[in-house]
Design a protein around this ligand. Structure first.
Ligand code: MD3
Ligand code: FE
Length: 198
């Protein structure tokens, strides 16, 4: 994986948060639920782009072209994020999904794999905004050793090659480390190619 600390300036971060929250007004954050058990995840999520990652008790993890509650197509991926992908992804097709995770209160994300994308060779590009996260990454097997480090506001991570298929999660978010988000917390934007190009 590649970490680009402070890829976005403070001014760029502020503009990006404003754009994301404006788009989220039309595609409200929803509480994702695990397949079968229906247990709520602690983050809330929305998406931009032709496809969005969703999960609920009945149908589980999948990509959908429309918001599960409004039925409307997801808003478009902001241009600055399409530009970021062109600059860092080294991939010959644009991203199809921008998953937006909002961490408030004690929200976290357990160790998992991103395995719902048919385009398995495409990288994942992630942008962190707001409070600093303690991020953990391991290896291809759940039992592999892990290491953790902080992801701060404006940082960009590019997961390509083997790291794209490594376990990872967010242990916790350090409240009060940023004043970027109204009401505090952390936004993570994850750009993904879902379907193989052509
Ligand atoms: C490492 N999000 O939405 S982003 C997710 O901070 C997710 O919200 C975390 O994991 C977050 O699925 C981490 C950084 C990231 C994204 C994808 C990865 C790291 C990854 C895929 C493989 C390995
Ligand atoms: Fe993930």
């Amino acid at each position: 994986m590649r970490l680009a600390p402070g890829y976005f300036s403070a001014a760029q971060q502020a503009a990006l948060v404003e754009e994301v929250l404006a788009l989220a007004a039309a595609a409200p954050f929803v509480t994702p639920r695990l397949p079968r058990t229906g247990a709520a995840m602690s983050v809330v999520q929305t998406n931009f782009g032709p496809l969005g990652w969703v999960t609920d008790q009945a149908l589980g993890y999948r990509y959908e072209p429309a918001h599960p509650e409004t039925g409307a197509p997801w808003p478009p991926i902001p241009d600055v994020l399409l530009e970021l992908w062109r600059a860092v992804a080294d991939y010959g097709a644009p991203p199809e999904a921008c998953l937006v995770n909002l961490y408030r209160g004690g929200a976290r994300m357990g160790l998992h794999l991103d395995a719902d994308e048919a385009a398995r060779d495409a990288p994942v590009v992630s942008v962190s905004l707001g409070d600093t996260a303690v991020f953990r990454i391991g290896g291809p097997r759940r039992q592999d050793p892990t290491r953790s480090f902080r992801l701060a506001s404006g940082d960009v991570v590019v997961l390509s090659g083997p790291s794209r298929h490594f376990h990872h999660g967010v242990d916790r978010v350090l409240a009060g480390t940023s004043r970027l988000l109204p009401g505090g917390g952390r936004l993570n934007l994850t750009l993904r190619r879902v379907t193989p190009p052509q």
